[in-house]
Design a protein around this ligand. Sequence first.
Ligand SMILES: [Zn+2]
Length: 138
Amino acid sequence: MLRIPSQLYQQMIDHCLQWYPSEACGILSGKKGKVEKVYRMKNADDGSVKGSAVRYTMDSLELLKVTQSIRREEKEMIGIFHSHVASEPYPSQTDINLAFYPDAVYVIISLKDRRCPVARGYRVVEKEITPEELKVDL
Ligand SMILES: [Zn+2]
């Protein structure tokens, strides 16, 4: 289970809505399955034509800075999130192929209905997908 305080959950949703119609991505840090910080990342795939990215790539320098900051704060990278702008919140084949962090929960936010974003969590270990419950704490 991944617990997310509602305020941070909202930050994650806002970030995804801001990048719409491109996919958005980011990192969740914390400890013991509880999210303490949301890192809004830029989608490096969203280049010359803004709003055209149908997949996401984290900028490697930005990712390095974030992982260093997480380590400095003695936290862990417990989640990686991204949005699906037109499909269900379920890992795509690309998501599975690029899931290199077995210790992180992959959170996918579907904006198929933008008034009602749906977030789901998964573990992806050696291309096996297991649902992981997300609990938003009020
Ligand atoms: Zn995806």
